[in-house]
Design a protein around this ligand. Structure first.
Ligand SMILES: C[S@@+](CC[C@H](N)C(=O)[O-])C[C@H]1O[C@@H](n2cnc3c(N)ncnc32)[C@H](O)[C@@H]1O
Length: 256
């Protein structure tokens, strides 16, 4: 079994909304930030038949998988590069469209990071992001966390909810040189597998879950596993294991 969580399966419904919002044109040069294993980059490349797509990510294993999948699919206009999007010296004004599916919430200094990304975009180029709304609107985060820990401590580590507040996010993007910032509510469930047992294995591969379980002794971990199985059983439907979620499609344009 792969160590990499099957994020594409989890986000199948989100991806439909994201692809429609991205509206990649046939001549577009597309930059995909935090591309992971590259599903969104490959889809952009397929739409940009006379253009191209570049996916950047910090993670070498994810990029290796992204390249392998792109080779398998015979895509000639897609490339992947290991880069920290916050500071990477992208070619200036190179891209017509910047997309990111849940890859832009982890910047230490978001204004600096989006300013850096903006330099890579031609004036008026579009930015289309998918980001999570607040944690307490995301059942996948709250229910799984509740089943694994009784601790009320604030989660540490990367914060996937850092762009949840539209006022804050609009402020960040405006300060970074973007205009026409808009938000569209996305209400699609996330999918963890066809049955509870598969979902259990999938959830244990999530970084946040590994993090939570790492601090527990064996007996406590056993109890947490049992509670997790109960939670997953409760979310098991005829179509598989689903949790509610809320996200934003954030759109903007680089200012002239
Ligand atoms: C939740 S994953 C999403 C991956 C991918 N977009 C997808 O939807 O499958 C977030 C990704 O952002 C990447 N990432 C986080 N900070 C980054 C940075 N500063 N520069 C580039 N990639 C980054 C992570 O390595 C991770 O692959």
């Amino acid at each position: 079994m792969s160590d990499l969580f099957d994020y594409d399966a989890e986000l199948r419904l989100h991806n439909e909304v994201f692809r429609a919002a991205a509206r990649v044109g046939s001549h577009d040069r597309v930059l995909d930030i935090g591309c992971g294993t590259g599903q969104s980059t490959r889809e952009a490349a397929r739409a940009a038949v006379d253009g191209s797509a570049l996916g950047v990510d910090l993670s070498v294993p994810m990029l290796e998988r992204a390249r392998r999948l792109s080779d398998d699919q015979g895509l000639a206009n897609v490339t992947f590069q290991q880069a920290d999007a916050q500071v990477h010296p992208f070619p200036p004004e190179r891209f017509d469209l910047c997309i990111s599916r849940f890859g832009t919430m982890f910047f230490a200094d978001p204004v600096a990071a989006f300013t850096n990304i903006g330099r890579a975009l031609r004036p008026a180029a579009r930015l289309v992001l998918l980001v999570w709304q607040e944690r307490d609107r995301n059942e996948w985060a709250t229910a799984i966390r509740r089943s694994l820990t009784t601790a009320s401590a604030t989660p540490h580590g990367p914060n996937p909810f850092s762009l949840a507040d539209p006022t804050v996010t609009e402020g960040i993007l405006t300060a970074a040189g973007f205009a026409e910032v808009g938000f569209t509510d996305v209400r699609e469930p996330v999918y963890y597998g066809p049955d509870s047992a598969t979902a259990f294995d999938a959830v244990l591969r999530l970084w946040e879950v590994k993090d939570l379980l790492a601090d527990l002794d064996d007996a406590t971990a056993e109890q947490a596993h049992a509670r997790l199985r109960t939670t997953l059983d409760a979310h098991n439907t005829d179509g598989g294991v689903y949790f509610d979620s809320r996200a934003w499609i954030v759109t903007a344009r680089r200012r002239h």
